[in-house]
Design a protein around this ligand. Structure first.
Ligand code: ADP
Ligand code: GLC
Length: 487
């Protein structure tokens, strides 16, 4: 039997992206199709989504819901892989400029509960026959935005619809989609769903908790994060529920789409290069130094950052270590956007160290590739990191990742300690304690390794030889689906 799965998510690369979620939703379905799973996606009808799809066709009129009238379901195709994408059309909810979650003042839209309830509800409608031509066996919900999908499936089942299985993937437990209890009435769920055994979370409605409670299986994006979220320290209040579901939880590492993130095919970098012929990398470094206004110096160890500027990413710790980088003759380039305080901190660091620190505030896909290609070291000093894709891209480009030993970072980077160098395992720099001494120690290891030319080169080659393709992940998800449908 061909398993049919409907992914429900808020973002999908290249249509719309604010973070790694989009990369995953863009890459996993085509990888699944390669393995014989029939994977489709449902997205909110944001303007960028509508603009990027081919062959948009009406599928069904979904009527009114959540205070929005005239909701329509359409279906289009995303090339080059031909992934079928459903879009939920509600111009009232989704036809807004800019960020999908935040208004012009960077505040969450006041009606986000209803905007994303509609996504979960539409997924459940598709699963129960809204498209006469296709029906999934499994709804696979991603993050809180789609967290109500498993709840609506249960509600529809209670109303007589056939049972459809569901999987909830946690990309980030820190974003939970919690709303005032007074909003529950607007969500069109049965009254008894507002309960501890349901969508209630400390007197609020939680979309993520709903998904974790009602989904048949839970996955998250690395094995270490799967363990971390079941602890009180890192469970963000949900560890109790997660512990009760421990046998339903699987950690599946994200992959890399090497057709997009590989220095041998990347059209957006200054010069292509390969593991065997790496000379192009230093041209990428020079181009990056020029572009960012840094001193043109091939010997300066260049540290790069491409990141959302949020508390999670630990960049306040990096800021405290900037003098250590600069005093050793290193350089730092940062691309990011987010918290105003971090944006200001970055700008101040650049102003304090002209020619050595350069910062670009904003979201720039092309520049992100140039930074990964041109840097010697890519820093991901996150407080917590469910998986992290940046360090995987860095490995592929021979930019050694410097990371905090948490979540997916711990699962994918091996520190250049003496013993790991001797055992030919090292691929980057890993620090254990989240403090200045920790990150500075890793920075010093990077400088020390750079001074040993041949060893540095060997680690770069090993990093580039790592393989985190999506095929492995797709196979693991197929096992989760099989377990579910066989049960
Ligand atoms: P997260 O999803 O928590 O942001 P990931 O490492 O999983 O972290 O994914 C981040 C993705 O977003 C990567 O593809 C990264 O290159 C991209 N990204 C983050 N910030 C920016 C930015 N300012 N400009 C361009 N791409 C960015
Ligand atoms: C989240 C996490 C990140 C992960 C990404 C994709 O945004 O913060 O660690 O790589 O989702 O799963």
């Amino acid at each position: 039997m061909t398993v049919c799965v409907l992914h429900a998510a808020a973002e999908m690369f290249p249509l719309l992206k604010t973070g790694g979620l989009a990369d995953v939703v863009g890459a996993l379905p085509p990888a699944q199709s390669q393995l014989g799973t029939n994977a489709r996606v449902v997205l909110p009808g944001f303007p960028a989504v509508l603009a990027g799809l081919d062959d948009l066709q009406p599928v069904a009129d979904l009527g009114g819901a959540f205070g929005a009238g005239n909701i329509r379901l359409e279906r289009g195709v995303l090339q080059p892989h031909g992934v079928v994408v459903y879009v939920v059309r509600s111009d009232q909810f989704y036809d807004r400029p800019g960020n999908p979650y935040l208004d012009a003042g960077h505040r969450p839209y006041a009606d986000n509960d209803r905007r994303f309830a509609l996504l979960g509800w539409a997924a459940a409608r598709i699963a129960t026959g809204a498209d006469p031509a296709w029906k999934p066996h499994i709804v696979h919900a991603h993050d809180w935005h789609a967290g109500l999908a498993p709840a609506y499936l249960r509600a529809f089942e209670r109303g007589g619809a056939a049972r459809v299985a569901s999987v909830m993937t946690v990309h980030n437990l820190a974003y939970q989609g919690t709303f005032p209890a007074s909003e529950f009435g607007a969500l069109q769920l049965p009254g008894d769903f507002y309960a501890v055994e349901g969508v209630e979370f400390y007197g609020h409605v939680s979309f993520l908790k709903a998904g974790l409670y009602y989904a048949d299986r839970i996955t998250t994006v690395s094995p270490t994060y799967a363990r971390e979220i079941q602890t009180q320290a890192q469970g963000a209040g949900l560890h109790g529920l997660l512990q009760t579901r421990t046998h339903d939880i699987t950690g599946i590492l994200n992959g890399v789409d090497y057709s997009i993130w590989s220095p041998s095919v990347d059209e957006s970098i200054a010069t292509k290069y390969t593991q065997a012929k790496i000379s192009g990398k230093s041209k990428c470094k020079t181009a990056l130094q020029e572009r960012m206004g840094l001193a043109r110096d091939d010997d300066a160890l260049l540290f790069g950052v491409v990141s959302r500027l949020t508390e999670q990413k630990g960049l306040d710790l990096l800021l405290s270590a900037v003098p250590d980088i600069v005093q050793r003759g290193g350089q730092l380039v940062v691309l990011g956007t987010g918290d105003p305080a971090l944006e200001t901190g970055m700008k101040n660091a650049a102003a304090a160290h002209p020619g050595a620190v350069a910062v670009e505030l904003g979201f720039d896909e092309t520049l992100s590739h140039s930074i990964i290609a041109g840097s010697d070291v890519v820093m991901v000093p996150s407080r917590f990191e469910p998986c992290g894709l940046t360090q995987l891209y860095a490995l592929a480009y021979g930019a050694l990742p410097l990371v905090h030993r948490v979540g997916g970072l711990a699962d994918t980077v091996v520190d250049s300690s003496l013993e790991n160098l001797a055992d030919e395992l090292a691929t980057g720099f890993v620090f254990d304690t989240f403090d200045r001494a920790g990150i500075v120690g890793a920075i010093r290891r990077a400088f020390a390794l750079k001074a040993r030319r041949s060893e540095w080169k060997a680690v770069v080659k090993r990093a580039m030889g790592q393989s985190f393709g999506w095929e492995d992940a797709a196979r693991r998800y197929a096992e989760v689906y099989q377990g579910l449908l066989g049960a």
